[in-house]
Design a protein around this ligand. Structure first.
Ligand code: GRF
Length: 203
């Protein structure tokens, strides 16, 4: 499967997807990267692997619809079968999302449905929960709301601060995202019309 990745920043999950896709038995190839920020470090990472990159900044477009249309146009040139959001920091409209329903997935640094939104690690610490983690889900209009595909849990340790916790979660993300993408790409997981996830031969 041809996979496009959308980023806004560091791109470490992009890196994990690229690394996984190097294995000969991995069902996906990363065909291109779109960033809404020119200064996203992930762009260089993609370029290092000779993956085509595009920057589509919000400020160059009159409104959100025009920005999304420009992203859509760039994505179409890559002919992706799937789109992975990997640290893409903008909420996508229903219109945009519906064009990719069932083929667009996102990774979020919490055990959803707990802790949607930003600053998850700090909020996890304030709530004193003992278990944290990450989730990969199909993208729907609501933020961090789509049907779940896979999750990984990590402990919250007594001495953790937001940084140490984020690092532990990020390590789990880098394993989870490639394996969740594989499940979707191999047709083992799909979204149904009623918006639930159907599993087949799930490990
Ligand atoms: C990750 O924690 C991801 O779960 C969240 O944004 C962060 C992106 O990090 N959506 P990176 O750009 O992949 O390094």
């Amino acid at each position: 499967k041809r996979v496009a990745v959308m980023i806004s920043g560091r791109g470490s999950n992009l890196g994990a997807l690229i690394s996984a896709s190097m294995a000969s038995d991995y069902p996906c190839r990363i065909v291109g990267v779109v960033s809404d920020r020119l200064d996203a470090a992930g762009l260089q990472l993609a370029a290092d692997y000779d993956i085509e990159t595009h920057v589509v900044e919000r400020k160059d477009h009159a409104d959100r619809a025009a920005h999304e249309d420009a992203i859509q146009a760039v994505l179409e040139t890559m002919r992706p079968d799937m789109v992975c959001l990997a640290g893409y920091m903008r909420l996508l409209s229903g219109d945009f999302v519906s064009r990719w329903m069932g083929s667009m997935i996102n990774i979020h640094p919490s055990l959803l449905p707990s802790f949607t939104g930003l600053d998850t690690h700090q909020r996890v610490l304030s709530h004193q929960v003992r278990l944290h983690g990450c989730s990969v889900h199909f993208v729907t209009e609501g933020m961090d709301e789509g049907p779940l595909i896979a999750q990984a849990a990590v402990p919250v340790l007594p001495d953790d601060d937001a940084d140490s916790l984020a690092a532990r979660v990020l390590k789990a993300e880098h394993k989870l995202y490639p394996s969740a993408l594989r499940l979707v790409a191999e047709g083992k997981v799909r979204i149904t019309d009623s918006g639930t996830v159907l599993f087949r031969d799930y490990p």
